[in-house]
Design a protein around this ligand. Structure first.
Ligand SMILES: [Zn+2]
Length: 106
């Protein structure tokens, strides 16, 4: 079965592939970071660690700043390898549940 983005409401696999999206695995070795990813994408932070291996976040949720620069590829003018920085947290295109929206105080 093809991997699908674990962000609730995100594209199905075929749609994502059609857009040229790539899928990133969870940083399984860093449990704390995985929990932050889960919280960021609106999923249960108590997801068992053994399930992390099945989770994917597609490239639509990361900003260009979330990726390591691939200097070699830049120099050679080829397509850079997309490697998510160790500190990056998915932040884009995430539909928060209404209850989770915090009101800004003015
Ligand atoms: Zn996605």
């Amino acid at each position: 079965m093809p991997a699908e983005c674990s962000v609730p409401g995100c594209d199905k696999y075929e749609e994502a592939r059609a857009k040229g999206v790539i899928f990133h695995r969870f940083p399984e070795k860093d449990v704390e970071l995985c929990k932050r990813w889960l919280a960021a994408i609106g999923r249960d932070v108590n997801t068992p660690q053994k399930n992390y291996v099945y989770l994917r976040v597609c490239s639509q949720h990361f900003t260009p700043d979330d990726y390591e620069r691939d200097l070699k590829a830049e120099l050679m003018g080829c397509r850079p390898k997309l490697v998510v920085k160790k500190t990056a947290i998915p932040s884009l295109l995430i539909r928060k549940k209404k209850a989770a929206v915090t009101r800004e105080c003015t």
